[in-house]
Design a protein around this ligand. Structure first.
Ligand code: GLY
Ligand code: MN
Ligand code: MN
Length: 519
C-alpha cells in the first residue's frame, strides 16, 4: 500500500544542483536555533467548527468519517495551482487559507457514543532530515515553515496527529468507514482497497482499477449505512448542513461584502486610466484583485470585467477588451477571505458616468426585477419563488418593449418562456464558503427548498441582448446588464448585505460623479 508519508517524486531531479555530500548534509543540518513553539489562542471559528462536527456526528452514529482537505493540484510540471482546501474540510475544522495540503479530518466513533475528532497533517520536519532544504514541494526553505502539531491543536481546538498516523486509519477501515470521496481521490482509492480487503478478506493491492472497486459511499453497504443515518450521502449531508449559516459565517459574509465594496470603489476611482488603456478590462480585473490582495484577501472566483458586448457573455473572464465611453461595463467580482467565505456581487456601470436613455431603461428593468424578488424573501417561501418573481418582471418588461411574440402572461407559461432568451441563467444560488455553495444539496432542499433564517444567497437578474439578435431593436444589441446582490434571510424577512454598493441608476451615476470630483 502506498503510504501517506510518501513524498511525490522530484520533478526537478534533472536540473537539481542540491549538494549531496555528507559534509554538506552535516553542515546544513547543524547550528540552528531552538524553535520556540508559541501556541496561538483558539481561533474565533473553533467553537463553531466544533458545533458543526457535533451535528455531523449525530447524523452518523457508529461510522468512521474521513474528510480530506485534498492535495495540491498540478498546473504544469512542478508548478501547482494555489492550494485550496476542500470546502467541507474547512467547514468542519475552521482551517481555511492557512490549511496544509494533504490534511485529513477523521471522526472516529467513540465508545460512549458520538465521535472523537482527529486532524492528521504533515507536521514540521526536523533539521535531522533533508526535507527542509532539499524538497521544493514541501520543504521549509521552499514553501515556508509548517506549523507544529501543538500549534494547530491550540489554534483549531482539535486533537492533531502526524500524517504518518493515517496509515493505521486506512489499514483499519471497513464497511463502517465513509469518506468524502471527491476531496482526495488518492486517499479514497487507498480506503476503497482497505475496505475491500476488510470485507472480502482478499488482498487487492497492485494495479487497481478504481472503477472495479466498491466505492465506499456508493456501495450497497454504504447505502444501507446512509439509510440508517439519514438517507443522504456524506457529500449531500455536508452541503445541506451548510444551507443555513451560523453566526460566525454571517459575520464573515458581511466582511467579504465590505471588502468587495472596496474593490468596486477602487475601480470607479480608476476609470480614466481604465478607459485610456487598450485592455481596460484587464485593468478592471487587476484593480479589483489588487485591492483584494492588498487587503490580505483573495477572490472567490475569476473576476468578470465585461465591457460593451462582452457583457452578453455570461462567464467572460478573458477580460482583454477595451472599456469604451458610451458603453456599459458589467463587473462581477467577489472577495474571498482567509476563512474562504466569499462575496459574489455584480454591478453594471456606464463607462462615461451617464446611462443613455435605453441603457437606463434596461438597467432599471433589471433593478425592478431584483427589487421585486428581494421583496418576497422571508422564511417560509420556496427558493424557486425568488426566480419566478424576477422572471415575472423580465417577461413583463420584454413584452412591453415588443420583444416577445406572445404576451408576458403567455411567456411565463412553462412550455413557452420566450423571455428567457434574454436571461438564460438562474436568479439565485446559495453563497458562503463556495461561490456556488451547497452544490450537492438535493433539489428538494435547494430549488424546491423552503427558506430559513440564516440562509445566504444571491439575487442576480439580468438582461443580455446579443449583438446579433434580430428580435431586438438595433440600439439594444450588445447591451448586457446584471445586478447581483448577496441576501441574508432574517427571522422576519431579508437583508441585502450588499445594499451599500450603489444599485439604482441614479445612485450609480452619483457614485461615478463623486469619484470624478475627487480627482
Ligand atoms: N459570479 C458567478 C455567479 O454570479 O454566479
Ligand atoms: Mn452569482
Ligand atoms: Mn456573480
Amino acid at each position: 500500500m502506498a503510504e501517506q508519508t510518501d513524498t511525490a517524486p522530484r520533478a526537478t531531479s534533472n536540473r537539481s544542483t542540491t549538494p549531496g555530500s555528507d559534509t554538506f548534509k552535516r553542515y546544513i543540518g547543524s547550528e540552528w536555533a531552538e524553535r520556540t513553539d508559541i501556541l496561538p489562542a483558539s481561533r474565533e471559528e473553533a467553537p463553531f467548527a466544533a458545533a458543526r462536527r457535533a451535528r455531523l456526528s449525530a447524523a452518523y452514529p457508529g461510522k468512521r468519517l474521513v474528510i480530506p482537505a485534498g492535495r495540491l493540484k498540478q498546473r504544469s510540471n512542478d508548478t501547482d495551482f494555489p492550494f485550496r482546501a476542500n470546502t467541507a474540510f474547512t467547514y468542519l475544522t475552521g482551517w481555511g487559507s492557512d490549511s496544509e495540503p494533504g490534511s485529513v479530518l477523521v471522526l472516529e466513533p467513540a465508545d460512549g457514543g458520538g465521535h472523537e475528532a482527529s486532524l492528521y497533517f504533515r507536521e514540521r520536519a526536523g533539521r535531522d532530515s533533508d526535507e527542509f532544504y532539499a524538497n521544493p514541494e514541501i520543504g521549509e526553505f521552499w514553501i515556508g515553515p509548517r506549523p507544529s502539531l501543538a500549534q494547530v491543536a491550540s489554534d483549531l481546538g482539535l486533537e492533531t496527529l502526524g500524517i504518518a498516523g493515517l496509515d493505521a486509519v486506512v489499514a483499519s477501515s471497513d464497511e463502517n468507514t465513509l469518506v468524502l470521496r471527491d476531496a482526495d481521490p488518492e486517499l479514497t482509492l487507498l480506503l476503497d482497497i482497505a475496505v475491500e480487503q476488510a470485507t472480502t478478506g482478499q488482498a487487492t493491492t497492485g494495479q487497481q482499477d478504481e472503477a472495479a472497486l466498491p466505492a465506499i459511499t456508493s456501495s450497497p453497504r454504504a447505502e444501507e449505512a446512509d439509510t440508517a443515518s439519514g438517507s443522504e450521502s456524506l457529500e449531500q449531508k455536508l452541503s445541506e448542513m451548510r444551507l443555513v449559516k451560523d453566526e460566525y459565517e454571517i459575520a464573515q459574509m458581511r466582511l467579504a461584502v465590505a471588502a468587495t465594496a472596496r474593490g468596486f470603489d477602487d475601480i470607479i476611482a480608476d476609470l480614466p486610466r481604465i478607459t485610456s488603456h487598450e485592455r481596460g478590462e484587464r485593468l478592471v480585473e487587476g484593480v479589483f484583485n489588487g485591492r483584494a490582495r492588498a487587503d490580505g484577501n483573495a477572490v472567490g472566483y475569476d473576476t468578470i470585467a465585461a465591457s460593451g458586448p462582452h457583457a452578453c457573455i455570461l462567464h467572460w473572464t478573458r477580460n482583454d477588451g477595451p472599456v469604451v465611453p458610451g458603453d456599459l461595463i458589467l463587473i462581477d467580482a467577489g472577495v474571498e477571505l482567509d476563512s474562504y467565505y466569499t462575496a459574489d456581487i455584480t454591478r453594471t456601470l456606464p463607462v462615461d458616468g451617464r446611462f443613455g436613455d435605453e441603457q437606463r431603461m434596461i438597467y432599471e428593468a433589471v433593478r425592478e426585477a431584483a427589487d421585486a424578488a428581494f421583496a418576497i424573501v422571508r422564511p417560509g417561501i420556496r427558493f424557486r419563488e425568488i426566480h419566478a418573481t424576477a422572471m415575472g418582471v423580465i417577461a413583463q418588461k420584454t413584452a412591453e418593449w415588443g420583444l416577445l411574440p406572445v404576451t408576458a402572461e403567455e411567456a411565463i407559461e412553462p412550455e413557452n418562456q420566450q423571455h428567457r432568451r434574454y436571461m438564460v441563467h438562474g436568479t439565485s444560488h446559495h453563497l458562503g464558503l463556495d461561490v456556488h455553495d451547497c452544490a450537492k444539496a438535493r433539489r428538494e432542499m435547494y430549488l424546491d427548498g423552503v427558506l430559513e433564517a440564516g440562509m445566504v444567497f444571491t439575487i442576480e437578474p439580468g438582461l443580455y441582448f446579443q449583438p446579433d439578435d434580430l428580435t431586438v431593436p438595433e440600439s439594444f444589441r450588445g447591451i448586457g446588464v446584471r445586478i447581483e446582490d448577496d441576501i441574508l434571510v432574517t427571522a422576519t424577512g431579508a437583508e441585502n448585505l450588499s445594499a451599500a454598493i450603489p444599485r439604482t441608476a441614479d445612485e450609480v451615476e452619483a457614485w461615478i460623479a463623486a469619484a470624478a470630483s475627487k480627482r
